[in-house]
Design a protein around this ligand. Structure first.
Ligand code: URA
Length: 222
């Protein structure tokens, strides 16, 4: 879908989705929200981070990952030389579940079908980074985060990288921080790899044949 649209059209369509999210009443989560949180970042972000759902601060500000977990996410990004303005950050559900409880299957299904998958189509990221169990579950059904964290899969022309949720790491820094830091280092590696892959796959980008070698010179007898 994104391929057939200009950047401006994609941005307008993404903004239109955000506007829909702000007034959404499709699942019961809207009754408890202060503000819905559509997500933030550039339309042409190469990396899309997907968390679980807004928490207390996100619900107040209408922005993703602005609390403690967000600060830590920024620290992990800084560790690979990136900042949050270079990536798109959103969540599986766009409204805060009461008392930060886990989102229910109906809430996840409604929100992803109406919003998240449309956002993914428009942003068309090279890497989708899942943060925690809920976003991992969308792309790695039945997998265990302890078994697959940091192990990317390549599918439909992009990488999917399952990572620990920053809030989970904050709860167990001694054990999980070194793993989270190591897992994050995969991001620039995958980016390099997929940029190369996509350049090679572009029609007309194959390396031109070498110029014909000079015709053999007749050996002069004189
Ligand atoms: N945790 C999440 O999963 N998402 C946020 O936006 C904030 C905290």
């Amino acid at each position: 879908m994104a391929e057939a649209m200009t950047l401006q059209e994609r941005k307008a369509a993404l903004d239109a989705i955000a506007a829909e999210i702000l007034v959404c009443t499709k699942c019961p989560l809207y009754t408890g929200r202060t503000r819905a949180v559509p997500g933030a970042g550039p339309i042409d972000a190469e990396i899309l981070f997907i968390g679980e759902g807004p928490g207390f601060h996100e619900d107040k500000q209408g922005l993703p990952f602005v609390g403690q977990a967000g600060k830590f996410l920024e620290e992990l990004l800084a560790g690979i030389g990136m900042n949050r303005d270079q990536v798109f950050i959103t969540n599986v559900v766009k409204c805060r579940p009461p008392q930060n409880r886990d989102p229910l299957p109906l809430e996840v299904d409604t929100c992803t079908a109406n919003y998240l998958y449309r956002q993914i189509d428009l942003i068309n990221p090279k890497i989708i980074v899942t943060l925690g169990r809920y976003s991992m579950g969308l792309f790695f059904p039945k997998a265990k985060i302890t078994a697959i964290h940091g192990k990317p899969k390549y599918e439909d022309g992009r990488y999917y990288l399952p990572l620990f949720h920053p809030a989970a790491v904050l709860r167990n820094m001694a054990v999980l921080k070194p793993q989270a830091v190591a897992d994050f280092k995969k991001i620039p590696e995958l980016l390099k790899e997929i940029r190369k892959k996509q350049t090679e796959d572009k029609p007309g980008s194959s390396t031109p044949p070498p110029p014909p070698s000079e015709p053999p010179k007749q050996l002069s007898l004189f």
